[in-house]
Write a protein that binds this ligand. Structure first.
Ligand code: XIL
Length: 298
């Protein structure tokens, strides 16, 4: 293949990008997006603060715009993210206990119902584990509603959109470490108890080196009976950038249940990482060495 999407499709994978819908009027941006990618995810527009700015008042303008762009251009859509400790609307930040639990589950139900049939994979819960060596859940208002909040969210998402793959998504899970093992144990428990979970997303916001056991970590999750996806890939600029992009791509291809890769933006100028220049296209929209490394690996 001569594009990321064509080369990935030959290997049975998708290749996606995070999109800021405000940029869908930028011709250069849309040109690259439509040429190279066959999956999209909203960088912000499907998050809780964007979709339920006031309790019970849902706004889907940005998300719907992305879904219609995807439909018109033959792209699939990842949904991101139904519940997360960050980017909550102010009203939810100020809630706790059963009121927050009920509001959170209602949010999952309403948003997953609105987009029912349009989303190939939902990040049902994002970033619920702590960094560091504890392997424990992250403290958050959602966690304080009870340890079963994650499984309650997955059950609500399944009921609302039975056709979507339901993912748990997190970062700093790029090798076998205490955090990824905590998540691994949760997924194993969910599978054992019949809690509906289909996939695990590895954000993969990377620095200047990659864990040597990156692929082995993906494989141990796949061996639990879930798909794995690289969901928010970006890599610090520098002499290793292209090699790291290639290594992540190679790892996904080597794991049969790794179904696709999403990069967290299109051009370096679109990236949340600013001067890290962490993406595949430069600020003028030109292909970088990292692009060629990914394409050659696919
Ligand atoms: C980031 C967006 O890229 C920014 O535009 C926003 O200001 C903050 O969130 N992990 C995630 C993503 O799951 O939702 C985050 O996206 C990046 C880290």
């Amino acid at each position: 293949g001569t594009t990321l999407k064509a080369a990935a499709a030959e290997k049975g994978r998708y290749f996606g990008a995070a999109v800021a819908t405000g940029k869908l009027s930028d011709g250069q941006y849309v040109g690259i997006l439509n040429r190279e990618f066959n999956s999209v995810v909203a960088e912000n527009e499907m998050k809780w603060d964007a979709t339920e700015p006031q309790q019970g008042r849902f706004t889907y303008t940005g998300g719907d715009r992305l879904v219609s762009h995807a439909r018109a251009n033959g792209m699939s859509v990842r949904g991101h993210a139904l519940l997360w400790h960050a980017q909550q609307p102010g009203w939810a930040q100020n809630m706790s206990g059963s009121a927050l639990r009920n509001a959170a589950i209602n949010h999952v139900t309403q948003v997953a119902t609105h987009f029912r049939g349009q989303i190939h994979s939902w990040d049902v819960v994002n970033e619920a584990f702590a960094d560091g060596g504890s392997g424990a859940r992250r403290d958050s208002n959602l966690q304080r509603t009870g340890n079963d909040w994650i499984e309650a969210a997955f059950r609500a998402a399944r009921a609302a959109d039975p056709g979507a793959k339901l993912c748990y998504n997190d970062y700093n899970t790029d090798g076998i470490n205490a955090k990824s093992t905590g998540i691994y144990n949760m997924v194993r428990d969910f599978k054992a108890r019949g809690v509906p979970i289909d996939c695990v997303g590895f954000q993969s916001h990377l620095g200047t080196s990659l864990a040597g056991d990156y692929q082995a970590n993906l494989q141990r999750f796949a061996d639990l009976g879930v798909d794995v996806q690289i969901t928010e890939l970006d890599v610090m600029t520098g002499p290793n950038q292209a090699n790291i992009y290639a290594a992540v791509t190679r790892a996904c291809l080597a794991v049969a249940r790794c179904t696709g890769v999403t990069v967290w933006g299109v051009r370096d100028s679109d990236s949340w990482r600013g001067s890290d220049d962490a993406l595949l296209f430069d600020r003028s929209g030109n292909k970088k060495a990292a692009y060629n490394a990914v394409l050659d690996t696919l």
